[in-house]
Design a protein around this ligand. Structure first.
Ligand SMILES: CC(C)(COP(=O)(O)OP(=O)(O)OC[C@H]1O[C@@H](n2cnc3c(N)ncnc32)[C@H](O)[C@@H]1OP(=O)(O)O)[C@@H](O)C(=O)NCCC(=O)NCCS
Ligand SMILES: CC(=O)OP(=O)(O)O
Length: 327
């Protein structure tokens, strides 16, 4: 069965409500129309109806059966302002809240927070910061998780060839505790896709072959992650070849249960993570689906601005799957 067929079977007909704050981007609108006609999600488009219709017209798309909410004339706006002020606990005045909530990402995130929607997909147009800041401020992390992080599902030519790469998107230089949490959350993300997680915390060193602060951080994070989730297969610090290639693992880390067969790769900081996933995508030909935000109370997903319509379609299916997983 194709990877996404199982996810589609799961969410089909369940009317999971997904907010799209960027419907005047044709990639987003095209995906929303397909998701509705495939009966996979109930899209909620945020914006001005005339502008959305104009974009739909360029591709002959029908949007008559899609829900559209314009923050400029939303009947529940006063309620939303009050809820935002309460959530931000003194960090926004009423005037500031009224201005902030005209921003489509803040508005859409509040719909999710207020349970008027189940998840949100944005970021085809907005930067990652602008897409996820509302979620960090309003949705916040689950109990026991201090930092949200961004994972990619990397899919190769064969459907069985699937891996998780993280954090490629959010935490610029996580400390050992945050890196350990990222490793544990990434294992949970792997399970959504039927991957039996074997988690490698990556470095330029394998089991003490090099000494530096950076290596110590990864070794410490490994220890913390193993304590946080003793039931999971987690190991580090490992170089990528030792984590992935059995013969190299045999030489560099012969006692490791993860080395040589890892399928969840945790990068030590965002530079290597973001560069690493884009190399696998652009040179290696892998599909990169994400970033899938991990550790938030509700599913909010951030696209890469380089995405295509298929990426929006697939990330929306994942977001809806996360929403159902939580119900
Ligand atoms: C994610 C990012 C935008 C947050 O930066 P920021 O808005 O300056 O964050 P701040 O430190 O001002 O924090 C804003 C709020 O988010 C929270 N926050 C910040 N990072 C967080 C994280 N990783 N997890 C959970 N909450 C977080 C803060 O606690 C704060 O909450 P509060 O306002 O309720 O106190 C920033 O870390 C960033 O730019 N990361 C890289 C993004 C990127 O360019 N990725 C590459 C492309 S995908
Ligand atoms: C995930 C990512 O790198 O996003 P963008 O390409 O939009 O910066």
């Amino acid at each position: 069965m194709e990877l996404f067929d199982g996810l589609k079977d799961n969410i089909g007909g369940k009317k999971v409500r997904i907010v799209f704050p960027e419907p005047t981007d044709i990639r987003v609108l095209g995906a929303a129309v397909r998701l509705k006609s495939d009966n996979l999600v109930e899209p909620i488009l945020i914006g001005n109806i005339d502008k959305i219709k104009e974009v739909a017209g360029t591709r002959g798309l029908s949007i008559d059966n899609l829900e559209i909410i314009d923050p400029e004339n939303y009947a529940g706006f006063d309620n939303m302002v009050a809820s935002f002020i309460e959530r931000r606990k003194g960090k926004a005045t009423e005037d500031q809240a009224r201005t902030i909530l005209k921003d489509e990402n803040y508005f859409g995130t509040m719909l999710v927070f207020m349970d008027l929607a189940d998840g949100l997909v944005s970021g085809a147009v907005h930067s990652t910061g602008d897409t996820i800041r509302p979620a960090l401020q309003i949705i916040k992390t689950k109990p026991g998780v201090s930092r949200t992080s961004g994972a990619f599902l990397m899919v190769g030519n064969r459907d069985s060839e699937k891996y998780i790469f993280s954090d490629c998107a959010i935490n610029i230089n996580p400390d050992a505790q945050a890196l350990a949490e990222i490793a544990v959350e990434s294992a949970k993300t792997a399970e959504i896709f039927g991957i039996d997680p074997k988690v490698a915390l990556l470095s330029f060193s394998t089991k003490g072959s090099a000494k530096s602060e950076e290596v110590t951080k990864v070794a410490e994070a490994t220890k913390i992650a193993q304590e946080l989730a003793p039931e999971l297969a987690i190991d580090g610090e490992l170089q990528f070849d030792a984590s992935y290639v059995p013969s190299v693992a045999q030489q560099k880390a012969p006692d490791s249960k993860v080395a040589g067969s890892a399928n969840v790769f945790v990068f030590p900081e965002i530079q290597s993570g973001n560069i690493g996933y884009k190399i696998a995508q652009r040179l290696g030909g892998f599909q990169a689906i994400g970033p899938i935000l991990q550790g938030l109370n509700r599913p909010i997903s951030d696209l890469s601005r380089g995405c295509n319509e298929e990426d929006v379609y697939k990330l929306s299916i994942i977001t809806a799957s996360q929403a159902l997983q939580e119900k």
